[in-house]
Design a binder for this molecule. Structure first.
Ligand SMILES: Cc1cc2nc3c(=O)[nH]c(=O)nc-3n(C[C@H](O)[C@H](O)[C@H](O)COP(=O)(O)OP(=O)(O)OC[C@H]3O[C@@H](n4cnc5c(N)ncnc54)[C@H](O)[C@@H]3O)c2cc1C
Length: 413
């Protein structure tokens, strides 16, 4: 128990940490009050009912951006470390929790297929099962978890935290069918016919490319497959990672742990990096070296040519953009180049049932998050597949909304 920290919370009537800072509006003051009274089980239930992944989001959320960053004490004092208290409550609660169906089970007799067993699949399965639905999760991977198991490294998130979900699903009769890939082992038209509703939560795994000469060279690899199974990639002495997001930070921190001299090259500057700033600091502390304002322009057999960049400000609009400086080419030797530029959703597993796309190439969806696929009105979407690469807590929120939409659809409301 950390009552000293809990006593610092002002139990605000309008809690900014929850209402403005947290995508799933975690009921912080209510849980904090219960915690102070030692009523941890009740606090755990509140947290789980609102966000079944609270034991995980409290570990991996960028809390400086979310709850901690919005604490009212930021103005004059040190904000409350709510995420630590949340970890304590939710971690304990998860160990023994069993799923319970609410008294009303409006979706009883309805079947729902979830494609993807990441944060979307896990949270949607719980919300739908609690409402009475018969739930089956299909995933290309052998085990439950998505990026939580196959992306975020063990040194940041202990995979043992996923075991209670596997236990709860087995107890509740939520089927997890691993090693089953939509587009190969399953078709969307079969799911459309066999289930009352289908939710696609296959994430955003399609890697973006550099579009420079030499990119198909054997020293180049993508960050996501590397993170999924780092030991399968014997790294050379020197590794360069290109990118500045969370994936780049996990890749460089993994490479450095495998003994490589590791560099991150990024086109813009530190302030522009989308990665959680704490992750950047951790990477530096791990011994990763950074070069900013560097754009790769060509990949060779054992090296990469970079060109310097700089920021320039538009005198009229004040908008800052980064431009490449011609004539600054320089070659940097390396044994491996890991690309962590960005990812997007992959629609190819939908086969012939391709959804309508918008001008940016993202699937168009209606107000119920349904994909616009000819002849199918029961295909819903959520998480990174719907939004592009985001965060775990945003995937939970998206799954929550999707399950409410599925319920409306199935009940004809
Ligand atoms: C390396 C990395 C580090 C990250 N770090 C953080 C962090 O610290 N904090 C944070 O909040 N967020 C982080 N994120 C983002 C976060 O993990 C994602 O936003 C979140 O996992 C999205 O959940 P999802 O369920 O939509 O997709 P995913 O977690 O990607 O799960 C998708 C699932 O679908 C399955 N699948 C894909 N295609 C098929 C198919 N054709 N058939 C069947 N199954 C399929 C996959 O196997 C996978 O299990 C990170 C992401 C990555 C990649």
């Amino acid at each position: 128990m950390n009552n000293t920290e809990a006593q610092r919370c002002l139990l605000c009537k309008r809690p900014k940490c929850s209402l403005d800072g947290c995508p799933v509006h975690t009921p912080v003051p209510e849980c904090m009050a219960l915690y102070r009274e030692g009523r941890l089980e009740e606090a755990g239930r509140l947290l789980f009912e609102n966000n079944p992944l609270s034991a995980i989001t409290s570990l991996v959320c960028d809390w400086k951006k979310f709850c901690f960053g919005h604490c009212v004490l930021n103005v004059k004092q040190v904000p409350v470390r709510w995420y630590e208290i949340e970890q304590e409550i939710s971690g304990e609660y998860l160990k023994t929790h069993r799923l319970e169906r609410s008294q009303e089970t409006p979706l009883s007799g309805k079947s729902v297929a979830l494609v993807g067993g990441g944060p979307v699949g896990i949270s949607a399965a719980i919300f739908l099962w609690e409402k009475g639905a018969d739930v089956t999760i299909y995933d290309a991977n052998e085990r439950l978890g998505g990026v939580l198991r196959y992306g975020i490294p063990q040194f940041r998130l202990d995979k043992a935290i996923l075991e209670p979900y596997e236990r709860m699903f087995a107890e509740a009769g939520i089927r997890f069918v691993g090693g089953t890939e939509l587009g190969k082992d399953l078709t969307i038209s079969k799911l459309n016919k066999d289930f009352d509703a289908v939710l696609i939560g296959t994430g955003a795994e399609k890697a973006m490319t550099l579009r420079v000469p030499g990119e198909d060279n054997s020293l180049v690899m993508q960050a996501l497959p590397f993170l999924k199974n780092p030991d399968a990639y014997p790294l050379g002495k020197k590794v360069i990672i290109i990118g500045g997001g969370n994936v780049a930070m996990d890749a460089c921190r993994t490479a450095v742990r495998l003994g490589a001299e590791t560099w991150v090259y990024y086109r813009k500057t530190f302030e522009n990096m989308p990665a959680n700033p704490m992750e950047i600091e951790e990477a530096k502390a791990d011994g990763v070296q950074f070069r900013v304002f560097q754009a790769p322009v060509e990949v060779h057999e054992h090296s990469v040519t970079f060109r310097d960049c700089e920021n320039e400000t538009d005198p009229e609009t004040g908008k800052v953009s980064t431009r490449i400086i011609e004539g600054t080419d320089h070659e940097v030797e390396c044994d491996h180049l890991i690309l962590a530029i960005s990812e997007k959703p992959d629609y190819s597993p939908l086969g012939d049932a391709q959804p309508q796309l918008d001008e940016w190439g993202f699937a168009v969806k209606d107000e119920l998050q349904r994909l616009q696929i000819k002849g199918m009105d029961n295909i819903f979407s959520a998480g990174d597949f719907l939004l592009g690469p985001k965060t775990v807590v945003e995937a939970v929120l998206s799954a929550k909304t999707a399950t409410e939409n599925i319920a409306k659809y199935l009940l004809g409301a």
